[in-house]
Design a binder for this molecule. Sequence first.
Ligand code: MET
Ligand code: ZN
Ligand code: ZN
Length: 425
Amino acid sequence: DEADPSSSSSIISRFQQYLRINTAQPSPQYAESADFILSQAKSIALEAQTLDFVEGKPLILLKWPGSDPSLPTILLNSHTDVVAAEHDKWSHHPFGAHLDQHGNIYARGSQDMKCVGTQYLEAIRKLKASGFQPLRSVYLSFVPDEEIGGHDGAEKFVDSDVFKSLNVGILLDEGLASTSENYRAFYAERGPWWLVIKATGQPGHGSRLYDNTAMENLLKSIESVRRFRASQLDLVKAGLKAEGEVVSVNMVFLKAGSPTPTGFVMNVQPSEAQAGFDIRVPPTADPESLERRISEEWAPASRNMTFEFKQKASVRDTYGKPMLTGTDNSNPWWTLLEEAVRKANGKLGKPEIFPAATDARYYRELGLPAIGFSPMANTPILLHDHNEFLNQDEYLKGIDVYVSIIKAYASHVEHTRKEASRDEL
Ligand code: MET
Ligand SMILES: [Zn+2]
Ligand SMILES: [Zn+2]
């Protein structure tokens, strides 16, 4: 029944409401999404504050206070922005949240990651209705700008005094849909390095053959990048490494020549040429050796080349260690997640390295444990793709998985603390 806020149709219609707010980069409607989140928070009586680290880019922080404020807390993170969508290539409008006859909800952000944001809220709504009282405080952060690097969102947040005062013990952030029945969970991610290489060279008549043209200099680099790319892809194809365990490099733009109103100048060899690459570096890789490869093989000064990074994430934390969250007994949160998923009748695959980037890197950089998890099983991976959708039954199942996880996390008495109190007896 529509009027009952706990009915499935009400839950789905709240998800659709969030999806219908166009928060696509580069001009997300953040004011509207903030209003929506704050109204949801109010309806389930969560404490709320809006943090304006950058004007026009609100970060909403919600709190469900625990009975023991001395315990480290739980932070459930989601980003409110989404990537752009090419409307005319979709079968349904990307901000219409159309529900088709199979129960699939079509919208940009249905997988990445508005689903997770409202699933956290719905799980808390259910837990509150059941009378559950958290021991640890549970925080929810709805952050802007993840899709453009998180510099005005999560990055500013983790540097803030507000964040320090939260005493966060574990962070949950986004994962990926799974095409099998097993959910996927991520203990690390690859760092994005966005590289632009530039070649200069001898300009001249388009009919002449000579050495050291900008185009030739750039093409030698592209050939070298391609050989390296193939070596990494071969490791994946041979089954020796998973996607998140190799360095990926993809050329994303090429720029050279002189445009004319009808095309390009055809008989002048240009004096400059450049190419851009999206490189993803696993935390297990040696960043120094990749840096050397870039400066010596992909953009050597000896070939009149220079390079610049548009984005260069660290793969080491502030203590110099690779940014990996423990998946063994050293990290009770991992075991608790596994158990909680199982209790909710879900299955979890082997822990993986997230192939792309998420805001979790800013927390792992501080040495905090962070787990990437979006409960979507039996679902094609459609983030950033046309016709992104999520099935309503999968969405509802995911809420129950979060009920189980939040319950386990918020009731968890730290082992070391138990030991400490036992020692006192
Ligand atoms: C460096 S910004 C990252 C944006 C996006 N999540 C990606 O992995 O591409
Ligand atoms: Zn995302
Ligand atoms: Zn994304």
